[in-house]
Design a protein. Structure first.
Length: 157
């Protein structure tokens, strides 16, 4: 295996693993928090609680993804992977989201980092989507239950 290719794989794998750790921590905190929430607070309507949960989770995930993009940008800077004057955050965002305009590219000796960034982004964005769907499913059921009359309350005689 070519030495330059091995360097790219090692550096790209390290950045991917660091992002995986960041995302795992974030998802773990969000999942634990949501699992331990109770929608029994009757002072706040269930649909509002549901909305707040989804907006909060979405915001945290966007911050997490932005942090991961910044890590890729720092990785590009560390290896001097782009021509001088390149907006590394723009380049990292394009790669991470697989947008790939192609107007800015990594240097030839670091070009494998671009698809590695894309693979990392696809995986982590997919993981975030799965979490959001699971939260919608779980909290949606709780919000619906909080809107229904309680089954265990007997009508007044």
């Amino acid at each position: 295996m070519d030495h330059v290719l091995l360097d790219q794989i090692v550096i790209g794998s390290a950045a991917s693993l660091a992002n995986l750790a960041i995302h795992a921590l974030l998802i773990g905190i969000v999942a634990w928090t949501v699992r331990n929430l109770s929608m029994r607070d009757t002072r706040i309507p269930g649909f509002l609680q549901y909305t707040l949960i989804i907006v909060s989770v979405g915001t945290l995930l966007v911050v997490g993804h932005f942090t991961e993009v910044l890590l890729w940008a720092k990785t590009y800077a560390w290896v001097d992977g782009a021509p001088p004057g390149t907006d590394l955050i723009y380049l990292a965002f394009g790669n991470y989201t697989t947008l790939g305009f192609g107007d800015v590219r990594l240097r030839e000796q670091w070009h494998i980092l671009a698809p590695m960034t894309a693979l990392n982004g696809i995986m982590l964005i997919g993981w975030s989507t799965a979490l959001i769907i699971d939260i919608l499913r779980r909290t949606g059921h709780a919000a619906t239950r909080s809107l229904r009359p309680a089954d265990d309350i007997e009508p007044a005689s």
